[in-house]
Design a protein around this ligand. Structure first.
Ligand code: 4AZ
Length: 307
C-alpha cells in the first residue's frame, strides 16, 4: 500500500472526487433560477437548497493533499521536500515530504528512502528542498543529503517503523519543529502538508495543507482489521470516515502537526506513511506516531553525532 511515490506513477490508488463543486452549484442555480427565482418563497427555498448542497460538497471535498488548500508557509517553513538529486526541475524531482528537526536534520518516512524498484537510495541520490512553496521555482535552498538513517525495523513490504532521518550537507536557513505526544496535547484536529496528489488526480506545484480529525487507534483498527492489518502504537490515524480529506501519493514522509496551545507552537505528531486509497470513505490515513520514536531519534542523533 505504501510505496515511494513518483510523479510518473502518481495516479494509482486514490479515489477521484468531484473537482469542481462550485461550478456544479453555479450551473444548477442558473438553470433553476430561470423560472423559480421570480417567486420570493421559492427563491428562499432555492437559496437554502443551494447552501445545503454547498455545505455537503465542502464537507466532502473541502478542496488537497486531497481536500486541502494551498499552504501559506512562513510560520510553517519547517516543511521540506525530498527530491531526486539527478532531476533539475523541483516539480519532477520531489517525491516525498519531510520536516526539519535541526538545521541539518530532516525527519521523513523510511519508505521514502527506497526507489521505485525498492532499492535503497544512497545519500548522494537525494536532495532536500527548503523554504520552497512552489516546487518548480528556484526559491529557498536545495541541499545535498550526506547520510540516510533508516529505522532498522523497517522493511519495505511492511508498514511498521516507517521513519528515517536525513543529514544535510549544511544548515538549512529555516525554522525547526519539535515533536509532541498527542497524549499530552489537547488537540482534536491535525494539519498535514504536502505536494502530493490531490482530488483531481495530479500532484501539485504549490505546497498544500489540509486539516483533519485525529482518529482513535480503536476506530482505526476496526477499519484496517478488514484489510488484515493492525494499527500499532507506532502509528496514528487521521481523517474523516466520509473521506474527502487525506494525504496521498507524494505526501509520504511529510509532517502531520498540531498546534500545542500550552507551548504556543506547532508540534510534529505524525509522518505520512500509508493508507487504503486517498480520501476514500470508510478509510483513514495512517501516520508514523513520532512520539513513539522519540527515544530512537535521540539515540541516533547521539550516536551519529548529528545536531
Ligand atoms: C502513498 O502512496 C500514500 N491516504 C500515502 C498516504 C496515503 C496513501 C498512499 C494515505 O505514498
Amino acid at each position: 500500500m505504501s510505496r515511494p511515490a513518483f510523479r510518473s506513477v502518481a495516479q494509482t490508488e486514490h479515489t477521484l472526487i468531484s473537482s469542481q463543486p462550485r461550478d456544479i452549484n453555479r450551473k444548477w442555480l442558473l438553470r433553476a433560477c430561470a423560472s423559480a427565482c421570480r417567486h420570493p418563497l421559492l427563491r428562499m427555498l432555492l437559496v437554502a437548497a443551494v447552501l445545503s448542497v454547498m455545505l455537503l460538497n465542502s464537507a466532502q471535498t473541502a478542496s488537497a493533499v486531497v481536500g486541502g488548500t494551498v499552504a501559506t508557509l512562513s510560520a510553517h517553513n519547517w516543511v521540506v521536500g525530498v527530491a531526486r538529486a539527478d532531476v533539475a526541475d523541483g516539480y519532477y524531482a520531489q517525491f516525498c515530504g519531510g520536516a526539519l528537526l535541526a538545521p541539518n536534520l530532516v525527519i521523513t518516512a523510511a519508505h521514502c528512502t527506497f526507489d521505485e524498484a525498492n532499492q535503497p537510495y544512497e545519500a548522494s541520490d537525494l536532495h532536500v528542498l527548503v523554504n520552497r512553496l512552489r516546487l518548480s521555482s528556484q526559491e529557498g535552498q536545495r541541499i545535498q543529503v550526506t547520510r540516510i538513517v533508516r529505522h532498522a525495523g523497517f522493511d519495505i513490504d511492511g508498514l511498521n517503523d516507517d521513519i528515517a532521518l536525513l543529514e544535510l550537507a549544511y544548515d538549512a536557513n529555516a525554522p525547526m519543529i519539535n515533536w509532541g505526544d498527542l497524549n499530552d496535547i489537547a488537540a482534536e484536529r491535525a494539519t498535514v502538508f504536502g505536494w502530493g496528489v490531490t482530488e483531481d488526480g495530479s500532484a501539485v506545484d504549490w505546497l498544500h495543507q489540509a486539516e483533519l480529525p485525529i482518529v482513535s487507534q480503536r476506530a482505526c483498527n476496526i477499519i484496517y482489521k478488514s484489510y488484515g492489518l493492525a494499527i500499532t502504537d507506532n502509528m496514528l490515524c487521521a481523517g474523516n470516515i466520509l473521506g474527502g480529506v487525506d494525504a496521498c501519493t507524494g505526501d509520504s514522509g511529510g509532517p502531520l502537526v498540531v498546534y500545542d496551545s500550552e507551548r504556543a507552537e506547532w508540534v510534529l505528531v505524525g509522518i505520512v506513511s500509508w493508507g487504503a486509497g486517498c480520501g476514500a470513505s470508510g478509510a483513514y490515513g495512517v501516520y508514523t506516531n513520532v512520539s513513539a520514536y522519540a527515544g530512537w531519534v535521540v539515540e541516533q542523533r547521539g550516536s551519529l553525532n548529528l545536531e
